[in-house]
Design a protein around this ligand. Structure first.
Ligand code: GPP
Length: 557
């Protein structure tokens, strides 16, 4: 591609590109120092709280082991445990039960009862676990032309379960695609007629965001409230879920408090004032990737790296082409002694913080002989910043609009998700992640590319208001002479395909272990949330409710 000379900036409304870029401003942080107050004193978990939790946990464990595997109650109990967000306490028990349920289902050739709710629930639980249950189990609910029976319209519980199950679809599963369409329209129609408060809440939430796409913590918080309204709820299980949610929340508050202190020390608001000041929102993103106590170290590392990416993203949308050329070259060399003394302070500051952050992570990982992991993360960060620079070069090349192929090659990387997926493995346990897993993930396996593509396209669909650079919408319009609506429809189709790829890769035989695949699925879920209503990262008011629900307000006991 022919580049313009660096000093020849494109003009728009009488302003040079440099001027336009420097004039962009972001909403200030809405949280400021708020989370500092959650220090060790304010987030203490008392012995009495621990004991109460342990007592409830034992009762739930007993319930789980005493409910026969071949009962429909068992399916419902597992689903409730998972959706209430406490599955991580009983992973082994649930794994064994689902294996038993799967094996006996296969032995009887998937013969089932005729209750749609149960068929769909079993299908979903087994697919979530990686079992490739055939979608043909739903044939008996369709007529000879493949349409779902009209009589199902009144079975709201059945429709809801079918809708949730169908979101585990892979390619060429038209029966599940039809199910999503059929259920969506009838669930929408049922919403204002439902007397059952719990069911109505669950239908509303599912239509807004199906369970497969939902952030686990937010899903748990909402399900606790719907479950409480269900007259048939199990009091012990409900109380356990509430206690657990609140204790985890204290741990998350403490982590965000520490992160806020680290962020303040960087002094981003003063030293890099063009950057978004979003440590709470970034923590929310990371919490979407892993919320369990065993991932505290992984969260801490990922948060630091995503913060660096955020500052870098804004710097690549602010600085001049020449400044960025020098920065990008230095980052590719990754020379810890480089100071970039001829560059402006914000470039020096970004470079210094980046090197320092990764050096600190490396030192920490060296203690367990795992500093090799940081090399992979560094490589991905370099790739990310090079892709940011490639986008800037398009812009300075007279607003060059790339072909869709050219665009995606760069912008799937610049979405940051490949860097995040690799980095999310850095702080995970050595029983969960090996060197082979890093070699696998940095080679852009299908699930990783699909999650990154989804995030990029979601961002593109909402991002235009803040961005100067081209998006996939422009590229499609230009390449195929499409209208904006048609380009958007094409992008939505690609997003559906990305979910099919991700679902397929989570079925046995899987390309990596489930804890690793779940990080990638969870990243996709975080993107679904953050770009669900415009760009909720850039506009902090849009993410405010979620921060409150997950990080401030305890669940009322
Ligand atoms: C996924 C990551 C790395 C998150 C950190 C914050 C960030 C860079 C968000 C995307 O912002 P944007 O919408 O401005 O992104 P882009 O400029 O790539 O469109």
């Amino acid at each position: 591609m022919e580049m313009c000379a660096p000093h020849v900036s494109a003009m728009k409304n009488g302003k040079s590109l440099d001027e336009i870029r420097k004039s962009a401003t972001f909403h200030p942080s809405i949280w400021g120092d708020f989370f500092l107050k959650y220090d060790s004193n304010n987030t203490k978990i008392t012995d009495a709280e621990q004991e109460e939790l342990a007592k409830h946990k034992e009762m739930v464990r007993k319930m789980l082991s005493q409910t026969p595997n071949d009962s429909t109650c068992k399916l419902e109990l597992i689903d409730e445990i998972q959706r209430l967000g406490v599955e991580y306490h009983f992973e082994k028990e649930i794994e064994e039960s689902l294996k038993h349920i799967h094996d006996s289902y296969m032995q009887r050739n998937c013969k089932d009862n005729d209750d749609l709710h149960i068929v769909a629930l079993r299908f979903r639980l087994l697919r979530q676990q990686g079992y490739n249950v055939p979608c043909g189990v739903f044939c008996k609910f369709t007529d000879s032309e493949g349409n779902y029976e009209a009589s199902l319209q009144n079975d709201v519980e059945g429709l809801l379960n079918l809708y949730e199950a169908a979101h585990l679809l892979t390619h060429d599963e038209g029966i599940l695609e039809n199910a999503i369409e059929f259920c969506s329209s009838h669930l929408h129609a049922s919403l204002h007629k439902l007397d059952d408060v719990s069911l109505s809440k669950r239908v509303g939430e599912a239509l807004e965001m199906p369970n497969r796409w939902s952030l686990a913590r937010l899903g748990a918080r909402k399900f606790i409230s719907a479950y409480q309204e269900d007259e048939a709820h199990n009091e012990i299980l409900l109380n356990f879920a509430k206690l657990d949610f609140n204790l985890l929340q204290k741990m998350h508050q403490r982590e965000l408090s520490d992160a806020t202190r680290w962020w303040k020390k960087l002094d981003v608001a003063n030293k890099i004032p063009h950057a978004r000041d979003r440590i709470a929102e970034l923590y929310l993103w990371v919490l979407g990737v892993f919320f369990e106590p065993c991932y505290a170290k992984a969260r801490r590392i990922l948060l630091k790296c995503i913060s660096m990416a955020s500052i870098a993203d804004d710097t690549y949308e602010y600085a001049t082409l020449e400044e960025l050329r020098i920065l990008t070259d230095a980052i590719e060399r990754w020379d810890v002694n480089e100071t970039l003394e001829d560059s402006p302070p914000y470039i020096q500051m970004l470079y210094r913080s980046l090197i320092k952050t990764y050096t600190e992570i490396e030192d920490e990982m060296a203690k367990t002989g795992e500093s090799y992991r940081v090399q992979y993360a560094k490589q991905e960060m370099k790739k990310l910043l090079v892709s940011y620079f490639d986008e800037v070069k398009w812009l300075y090349n007279d607003n060059y609009i790339p072909t869709p192929g050219e665009y995606l090659k760069v912008s799937v990387v610049s979405g940051g998700y490949m860097m995040l997926s690799t980095t999310s493995l850095v702080g995970m346990g050595d029983d969960q992640v090996t060197k082979n897993d890093f070699d696998w993930i940095v080679n852009e396996p299908l699930i990783d590319r699909a999650s990154a593509l989804l995030a990029r396209l979601l961002d593109d669909l909402v991002g235009d208001e803040y961005e100067e650079k081209p998006s996939s919408i422009h590229c499609y319009m230009r390449q195929y002479g499409m209208s904006e609506d048609d380009a958007r429809a094409k992008i939505k189709q690609q997003m559906k395909n990305a979910w099919k790829d991700m679902n397929q890769e989570c079925l046995e035989p899987t390309p990596a272990s489930m804890p690793i695949l779940m990080r990638i699925i969870n990243l996709a879920r975080a993107a679904q949330l953050i770009y669900s209503n415009g760009d909720c990262y850039t506009d902090p008011n849009k993410a405010k409710e979620w921060v409150k629900m997950l990080l401030i307000e305890a669940v009322p006991i």
